[in-house]
Design a binder for this molecule. Structure first.
Ligand code: J2J
Length: 569
């Protein structure tokens, strides 16, 4: 196994193998196996492009040979940052085939995230989309290569070769014999939604991911007639393997790649491609439901809409069946592993109000109180989990791992949940310091660290504030430095914190005018922080409330931020 990754204990691994839970799959071998079974059937659709299973396998073989020719070696880490295009799927499988480990990055990631991902993974290569949505990823990649000596090759779509830049199109060579991968080894890395200032890398093994996708595909009743719409970014675990792209291809179905999750694009694709299954976050589901009234698209092929990634309000859940004419499947999941979902046979009440049951009988789930003792059904506590597709440790993070796992290997999810008498999960909240904005996970600590590095800021605390459309928004409470003189122009600064608390723990700043929200956002943007992490509101206070232990009291701040008396944008 790759150094820096934590294996399952030998006895546990032996048990999973003996039970056939892990069946020795090498993800790199799958495209050939699929081609043998499904041949001329359509594997991928993107715009006007339709790629058969046979073609897909050929392209993967040629690209794998191309990467080997470029000097990619088994065990190399390669950051993969492409949008929903067939090349994402081809490159991921080509790297699996070559024994290299893709690190899945979001296209919205910028210098701050990419620098960290490349450095932490020790990446030797970085695959970018050239210019995408107005952003020059190749230029950023070159900057990174100049900073990080290990980063030797930039593969850019549509680029011309120069220096470290290799056009992705030229990563193509006559197929060569390549050794098989050890199924117990790490196949790729997903990103953690994060609780710490810097995102962690989640190693997923060939065996564990093959098991996840196979299990979820079977539970979803997928057949070769199914058509899956990848509406959310493909690199999201939900879209990639729940059952998503990998589960659908494993079953011989067709994957349709949507450029983005807008109702317009997706409804058109559902109608044109007769899509049967897709997955979205609640914010996208709400947009689709609201748009449905105005659209005459034929959505009759859609059998199941999976919704997950953030809390789904029961009122929204109840609209799915009647308004979209398909079955709702609630999904609770995490890139770290554990997935729970409602089943076709579940009654309406359970589908609307619970996140269903773990997908594997081998998943172990515990709800515990602060002392770590298990609590009875119906009681809320922290969700801990262990199982055949849940990580045993983040990559190269021994200190964090010591806190994030129990001694007996349960992962502390940081989610608050309860179990129903019949073992269904109900997500109740979070212990972890994360904002979930429209399904995007933002670690408060990361934004705080960047705010503190901005001029004029003495202290910063980031909390979620409930929002009808996005679920949550990012709210920053800030203390200005006493020495700041420039006047700010923002209306947000200092607005109504007293009214918000009704008491006194958060008091507005009164002295020198602090920087305006727009100014702060520009500073964070300039620091290379991805835009989806920028605060939606910033409020200056004279000091931050503290708990009796002297930590910033985020409960008080979250309550202040959520107060309806506060003016909203
Ligand atoms: C409330 N919170 C939820 C839900 C995830 C499938 C679906 C989602 C993800 C995902 C995924 C939630 N209700 N239904 O990887 O394969 C919050 C929890 C969780 C965190 C994980 C998949 N579903 N969440 O969202 O790694 O807080 O994975 O711990 O991005 O999202 O985020 P992520």
């Amino acid at each position: 196994m790759l150094e820096g990754c934590t294996p399952w204990p030998a006895e546990t691994a032996a048990r999973y193998r003996a039970q056939g839970v892990w069946n020795g799959t090498d993800l790199g071998s799958l495209p050939r196996a699929w081609a043998a079974r499904y041949g001329t059937a359509t594997a991928l659709v993107a715009g006007e492009r339709r790629i058969s299973y046979a073609e897909f396998a050929d392209r993967v073989d040629r690209r794998a040979a191309g990467f080997v020719r470029e000097g990619v070696l088994p065990g190399d880490r390669i950051v993969l940052q492409l949008p929903n295009v067939p090349e994402f799927v081809e490159v991921a499988f080509a790297l699996f085939r070559a024994g290299a480990k893709p690190v899945f990055s979001l296209t919205s990631h910028r210098a701050n995230e990419i620098r960290h991902l490349c450095a932490l993974s020790g990446a030797s290569g970085y695959v970018v989309p050239g210019v995408f949505r107005g952003f020059d990823h190749t230029a950023l990649a070159l900057e990174m290569a100049a900073e990080l000596p290990a980063l030797r090759r930039i593969y850019a779509q549509g680029a011309t070769a120069s220096g470290a830049v290799v056009p992705l199109e030229s990563v193509d060579a006559d197929p060569v014999d390549l050794p098989a991968n050890d199924p117990a080894d790490t196949a790729f890395f997903l990103l953690s939604g994060g609780t710490t200032a810097l995102p962690k890398l989640i190693p997923r093994t060939h065996d564990d991911y093959a098991y996840q996708t196979r299990t979820v595909a079977a539970l979803s009743g997928l057949t070769p007639d199914d058509v899956y719409l990848a509406a959310l970014p493909v690199e999201f675990n939900f879209t990639w393997g729940c059952p998503g792209v990998v589960g659908t291809l494993s079953t011989g179905g067709t994957v349709v790649l949507a450029p983005d999750p807008t109702a317009d694009d997706c409804f058109r694709l559902i109608e044109r491609e007769r899509v049967t299954l897709t997955s979205v976050v609640p914010t996208v589901a709400r947009l689709w439901l609201d748009e449905r009234e105005w659209s005459d698209a034929d959505l009759s092929s859609l059998r199941t809409l999976q919704i997950g990634g953030a809390r789904l309000e029961p009122e929204l859940a109840a609209r799915v069946g009647p308004e979209l004419g398909c079955r709702l499947q609630q999904v609770f999941g995490m890139a770290e592993g554990l997935l729970t979902m409602s089943r076709p046979e579940d009654g309406p009440d359970s589908v609307l109000h619970t996140q269903g049951r773990p997908v594997s009988p081998a998943d172990e789930v515990r709800i515990v109180d602060e002392r770590g003792d298990e609590v009875p059904a119906g009681t809320t506590g922290e969700l801990l989990t262990r199982g055949p597709y849940t990580l045993r440790g983040y990559y190269r993070a021994p200190e964090h791992n010591a806190r994030a796992f129990t001694e007996d290997g349960f992962y502390r999810t940081g989610d608050l949940a309860s179990l129903t008498e019949d073992g269904r999960l109900v997500v109740r909240g979070r212990l972890k310091d994360v904002v979930i904005r429209g399904g995007d996970k933002i670690a408060a600590g990361e934004v705080e660290a960047h705010l503190l590095a901005c001029p004029g800021i003495a202290a910063a605390a980031v909390v979620p504030v409930p929002d009808e459309f996005l679920g949550e928004r990012i709210y920053a409470f800030l203390v200005a430095r006493a020495d700041r003189e420039e006047p700010g122009t923002g209306a947000e600064a200092g607005a109504g914190a007293e009214a918000a608390t009704g008491a006194e723990p958060v008091s507005p700043a009164s002295s020198a005018a602090p920087p305006a929200l727009a100014e702060l956002k520009a500073a964070l943007h300039a620091r290379g922080l991805a835009d989806y992490k920028l605060p939606d509101r910033a409020e200056f206070v004279t000091d931050l409330p503290l708990t009796p232990l002297g930590k910033i009291d985020k409960k008080v701040l979250a309550a202040a931020a959520a107060d309806p008396a506060l003016p909203r944008d």
